[in-house]
Design a protein around this ligand. Structure first.
Ligand SMILES: C[S@@+](CC[C@H](N)C(=O)[O-])C[C@H]1O[C@@H](n2cnc3c(N)ncnc32)[C@H](O)[C@@H]1O
Length: 164
């Protein structure tokens, strides 16, 4: 299972106890991604997911952008909180260039009932972020960048145009 590097069991248990329990579909996403082997290391840990949910609550995010969706853990964690607070008006724009990696994500979004608030866009993140400037420029509340490290400068700069 994915876990945060350097977090011992005492601290991990504290984080678990201090946060709401992990949603059943998030737990399934983690189990099934783990079964994919080495590549599962790309997934964020449950503690990071809980942290993202806390950030989503703190910012009361209604519009979010994620670069790097993979099998959907972080997008699902974020969207669950956004939908709880904003219903079907919430919107998370997910950018990924892999149909293969994101196919399971689409299933998890549907099973958790948040597929209506997640707009998954397949293509080069640079192009997707550029297109999003016309659609949500200056209105996004939250952005998570978790894709190819060489693109981070460009994603960050694009984020400055997207975030409010
Ligand atoms: C570290 S994983 C994301 C993990 C995800 N946030 C999670 O919680 O499971 C990185 C993802 O970025 C995607 N990716 C890599 N380079 C990309 C690019 N240039 N444009 C769009 N997506 C890209 C990969 O297909 C992969 O799914």
């Amino acid at each position: 299972m994915s876990g945060s590097i350097g977090l011992d069991e005492t601290l991990a248990a504290y984080v678990r106890a201090a946060n709401p329990p992990e949603h059943a579909v998030l737990a399934r996403c983690r189990r099934e991604t783990d079964a994919m082997g080495d590549i599962s290391r790309m997934q964020i840990s449950p503690e990071q997911g809980a942290f993202m949910q806390m950030c989503t609550r703190l910012t009361d995010a209604k519009i979010a952008v994620e670069v790097g969706v993979f099998t959907g853990y972080s997008a699902l964690a974020t969207a669950l909180v956004m939908k709880e607070r904003h219903g079907s008006e919430a919107r998370l724009y997910g950018c990924d260039n892999s149909e293969e990696y994101t196919a399971p994500a689409r299933r998890y979004f549907e099973d958790a009932g948040v597929d209506d608030v997640i707009d998954l866009r397949i293509g080069e993140a640079r192009d997707t972020l550029e297109a999003l400037k016309d659609e949500i420029g200056g209105r996004a509340d939250l952005m998570f960048i978790d894709a190819d490290k060489t693109g981070y400068d460009a994603y960050y700069e694009a984020g400055l145009d997207l975030l409010r």
